[in-house]
Design a protein around this ligand. Structure first.
Ligand code: ADP
Length: 525
């Protein structure tokens, strides 16, 4: 039976009620309750009861009254009788089904060779005696009856605790975040948990009974077929240990992804494999993080080394006593040192910025902002710094005010303009445009530079992503600028995107909500 099939506990409960009811009837009782002893089964669970024709509301009072009587049966004296208090009798007599004229309460100790199972408390009319109590040899007959009752109860209670255990395991199977798949000895799938369904896109009903190898089509990390003999469950069947083995499996749509699998085997008494269990963990994210870490190290070390080498080179020249530099040469070297120091400073600033974004602590100070004023200021400064670039301004008159953090938006614009200049080695024309839609204002920076391929456009806003061409042309950069721009714009409730054609140029645009549309307060990510 698959774990996904619901386990029926009701039948076992009915069985218990029938057993207790018959026993009470044979003892001439009208109603009663069997209280399972704690030690008998599950020591963690509180007492469990099986009621027979007894209103659950009466139970606490009845048990209290039994306890107060201080007379409890045990293995020496297996049956004790008590007179019930009139309060309990009154309550019991309100139940039309239970016909008691006054009531006597009996408690029968139920046990077997393995120990106590519990106590059967039952109620009957005073003076009534069961066949087990009418002769001298009462004890012997009653003990025989108890032995039979105990055998029936023990097996029902055992089944109940097995069903509970099975329920617990089924819950683990269903709610596990790891994919779990089990197979029979012929490697046909018999269980496929919801995490496995999410991972692979297969529904359990589609894979039950299918050969597991065909469903997962496992390959090694290099993409080579592992073959049936090398497949994890067969290796576990062969007695090999398969723990956290990295491989690739296929989803329903044919897409492959990295997983770490652990396989184990359940064997028969003779040691033959009966079932195989495969635990599957998706490690795509871990892989991406690993890749990101190694990119980070190589990008950062390269980006740090370059300016340091330049600064060191110029500084060494200046420090040489025999270097006879005229004022112009001296000035140009000092300017170069200053530029490289700025570059280092920017890199460290960006790294700190990125780590703050990742930690989720980027707070925006939003206020109404006149974008055309800000754009004109940034462009003016840029032209002063890079006079060989022509910047055309295309601003809509009466541009609506936006809700934004002035300094942060200035950083975004500055970054886009720096990139437009950096990645336009030959073309010297830029355009900055602002337009408004019903809900937002859109700012665009257009260059006629090297452009970005469609494939790269998908990734350039990710951390440390740099396009191969810019690396090949030794253009400085750490792949953090656009990541930071996106974080800032999205924190404003806006969007950033690129339209580009390779070798023709790019247009980077971002949108910001108009002041009347902005929702406040805007914070973090
Ligand atoms: P950085 O410029 O420091 O490398 P960015 O995050 O600003 O980092 O940019 C990521 C990558 O996107 C750059 O390395 C470059 O390859 C590409 N890119 C960004 N802006 C442009 C642009 N205007 N034209 C062409 N490529 C660009």
């Amino acid at each position: 039976m698959s774990w996904s099939q619901t386990i029926q506990t009701e039948n076992l409960h009915d069985q218990m009620t029938i057993l207790i009811g018959s026993a009470i009837r044979l003892l001439c009782g009208e109603a009663g309750v069997f209280v399972v002893s704690n030690e008998a089964f599950d020591p963690q669970s509180s007492h469990e009861y099986t009621l027979y024709r007894l209103n659950p509301a009466v139970l606490p009072l009845l048990l209290k009254s039994i306890e107060e009587s201080g007379r409890r049966p045990n293995s020496t004296c297996i049956l004790v009788r008590n007179k019930l208090s009139s309060k309990v009798v009154d309550l019991l007599c309100q139940d039309e089904d239970v016909k008691l004229q006054g009531a006597e309460q009996c408690s029968l100790f139920v046990y077997d060779n393995a120990g106590e199972l519990g106590v059967l408390h039952y109620l009957r009319s005073p003076g009534v005696r069961s066949c087990f109590e009418q002769e001298e040899k009462v004890e012997g007959t009653l003990r025989l009856f108890v032995a039979q009752l105990a055998a029936g109860l023990r097996s029902t209670l055992k089944s109940q605790s097995l069903v509970k255990e099975q329920g617990r395991l089924a819950a683990i199977f269903h709610h596990s975040m790891e994919g779990i798949l089990t197979v029979d000895s012929a490697l046909r799938i018999i269980d496929f948990n919801p995490a496995m369904e999410r991972l692979t896109g297969w529904h359990e009903s589609e894979v039950l009974g299918r050969f597991y190898y065909e469903v997962l089509r496992p390959k090694d990390r290099q993409g080579n077929e592992v073959g049936l003999q090398g497949s994890p469950i067969l290796q576990a069947f062969a007695g090999q240990s398969v723990v956290n083995r990295e491989m690739m499996i296929s989803a329903r749509d044919g897409q492959r992804f990295d997983v770490s699998v652990t396989a184990s085997c359940i064997r028969s008494n003779k040691g033959e494999p009966m079932n195989g269990i495969l635990n599957v963990r998706d490690v795509t994210l871990e892989r991406e993080q690993e890749e990101e870490r190694s990119t980070f190290i190589s990008v950062i070390s390269h980006e740090l080394q370059t300016p340091i080498a330049i600064i060191k080179g110029y500084a060494s020249t200046l420090a040489r006593t025999d270097a006879l530099l005229d004022a112009e040469a001296l000035h140009s070297r000092l300017v170069a040192i200053e530029e490289e120091a700025d570059r280092l400073n920017k890199l460290v600033g960006n790294l700190l910025y990125a780590s703050r974004i990742q930690a989720g602590g980027l707070q925006m100070e939003l206020a109404p902002l006149d974008l055309s004023h800000l754009v004109q200021g940034v462009v003016r400064r840029l032209q002063a710094k890079s006079p060989d670039f022509t910047v055309t301004l295309d601003l809509l008159p009466n541009l609506p005010t936006v809700m934004a953090d002035r300094d942060r938006i200035e950083e975004v614009l500055q970054n886009l303009l720096d990139n437009a200049i950096k990645y336009s080695p030959r073309q010297r024309n830029l355009t900055v445009a602002c337009k408004a839609t019903g809900d937002e204002v859109i700012v665009s920076v257009r260059d006629t530079g090297m452009g970005i391929s469609l494939r790269d456009q998908e990734h350039i806003f990710n951390r440390f992503h740099r396009v191969g061409e810019s690396i090949a042309h030794s253009m400085p950069g750490a792949g953090l600028g656009l990541y930071i721009c996106r974080a800032i714009v999205e924190a404003h409730g806006g969007q950033i995107w690129v339209e580009s054609t390779l070798h023709e140029g790019s247009t980077f645009s971002f949108s910001l909500p108009r002041v009347e549309k902005a929702y406040l307060p805007m914070v973090v990510f």
